[in-house]
Unconditional design. Structure first.
Length: 178
């Protein structure tokens, strides 16, 4: 039982630490990590990420946004395309938006998004749900990217399930790096 308690505390600390450093507009690119799309409509989790990105984009108009996420089961368009549609409807200019629509995992989100940036970029802002930041940062670091973050809130209705899943995923990432 002691190892389980230790891992619970450790992963909780990792999740909390993932919310730093807070982005300050220093990076020219921000990656918004995808989440479920219902048909063509962003899920609540994805809308929370997009609203956090919208606030950040309005505060730092020089930042280009990489909208990262492929098309999964039950999705009529890719997560990246759904994000583009949402942000453009909220007034973000299309020239600021780069769509990555092939990824199927957080690792691929960051890997494929990196390919859309100039090769000289060494640091990027990651925008995703608060519980998801630490693992995203670790993956970015494994791909030679430094990060700062924008934390989106997590919908209460799915928070416990997602945080438990994320704890397990963090352990996997700590062991194998993806």
């Amino acid at each position: 039982m002691a190892p389980v308690i230790f891992l619970w505390i450790l992963t909780g600390k990792w999740i909390a630490n993932g919310q730093k450093p807070i982005a300050d507009g220093t990076n020219d690119y921000a990656i918004i990590l995808g989440a479920k799309v219902n048909g063509e409509i962003a899920s609540l989790s994805l809308r929370y990420r997009l609203d956090a990105a919208l606030d950040y984009a309005n505060q730092y108009p020089h930042v280009r946004l990489i909208l990262s996420g492929g098309q999964g089961v039950g999705e009529h368009i890719s997560e990246g395309e759904a994000m583009k549609k949402y942000l453009m409807e909220k007034g973000i200019d299309e020239h600021r938006l780069l769509v990555e629509s092939a990824s199927t995992s957080t690792y691929e989100n960051i890997l494929y998004s990196k390919e859309l940036m100039p090769p000289t970029v060494e640091s990027v802002t990651i925008i995703t749900s608060d519980y998801h930041l630490e693992r995203s940062k670790r993956i970015a670091q494994s791909l030679d990217l430094q990060t700062d973050v924008v934390a989106a809130k997590t919908p209460k209705v799915v928070e416990q399930k997602l945080r438990l899943r994320e704890r397990l995923a963090l352990i996997k990432t700590a062991i194998i790096g993806k």
